[in-house]
Ligand binder design. Structure first.
Ligand code: ADP
Ligand code: MG
Length: 235
């Protein structure tokens, strides 16, 4: 019965999410429809076309984030070097960070143990978190990424920014879908991160002080932990 309950809970959550997506997508669709109707009776104005395009982009972003989530649940876990994954992601976000006057510094402990992970999912997490960090510093600044060995069998990845921070009362609710303070945000990034880290038997912690900055800490088990390795192979 425990499994059944879990399943019905999952279905309920899925229903809530579907309702949320429908709502989030209907708003920009209504606005697009209105403007297209306007175009029928008159020549389109450039700023109206821009609105239509940005609303389409928004729908695309929402659908895109859900595609990431709906990828096969039986992920293939492979031994990977987190250092290499992070370096790839930093390269990926480099153009955006330079444009925003943000410098990214990375620091790794020497001889870090490997982690068992779904590479693309973990990259998605680092990308979402680094994007949030860049977006939190409209005036530019510095992001530090620190990867350290924790106690036996764990590593900690910290992404530290000097951005606007998150209001204290908001922190416990992060991970709920569609909370965003950004004009072009989807409010799905954190939810995706939490889901992926959970599926990697890890933890995601948020420390933030308004107008000082935010530190996101991810704890991941390493493959040196024999019990967990067995679990992964059998499940
Ligand atoms: P999105 O980035 O699309 O808004 P997220 O789920 O990634 O959605 O983030 C949700 C909200 O959490 C953001 O809109 C922002 O208000 C806040 N947030 C996330 N990361 C940071 C950060 N590093 N600094 C300040 N606020 C943040
Ligand atoms: Mg985001």
């Amino acid at each position: 019965t425990e499994r059944m309950l879990q399943k019905s809970e999952k279905l309920a959550l899925l229903g809530q999410m579907a309702a949320g997506i429908a709502h989030e997508i209907r708003n920009p669709l209504t606005s697009i429809k209105g403007f297209i109707q306007l175009f029928k009776s008159s020549l389109p104005k450039e700023e109206h076309v821009d609105i239509v395009l940005s609303e389409l982009e928004r729908i695309n972003a929402i659908v895109g984030e859900f595609l990431v989530l709906s990828k096969p649940t039986v992920a293939v876990f492979v031994e990977k070097d987190v250092k290499a994954l992070i370096k790839d992601v930093v390269t990926l976000i480099n153009t955006q960070s330079i444009l925003n006057n943000v410098q990214i510094f990375v620091e790794f402990d020497s001889d870090l143990p490997m982690v068992s992970c779904e590479e693309n999912q973990l990259k998605q997490v680092f990308l979402n978190l680094l994007k949030n960090a860049v977006e939190a510093m409209p005036g530019g600044g510095m992001i530090e990424v620190k990867v350290k060995k924790k106690e036996e069998g764990k590593i900690a990845i910290r992404i530290i920014d000097q951005g606007i921070g998150i209001p204290k009362e908001r922190i416990p609710t992060l991970g709920e879908p569609f909370y965003t303070t950004k004009e072009k945000g989807t409010g799905l990034g954190f939810m995706t991160c939490f889901k992926i880290i959970e599926s990697h038997y890890g933890e995601l912690k948020i420390h933030s002080i308004e107008n000082v900055g935010t530190t996101i800490e991810i704890i991941l088990p390493t493959i040196t932990q024999p019990l967990l390795k067995r679990e992964l192979i059998h499940s």
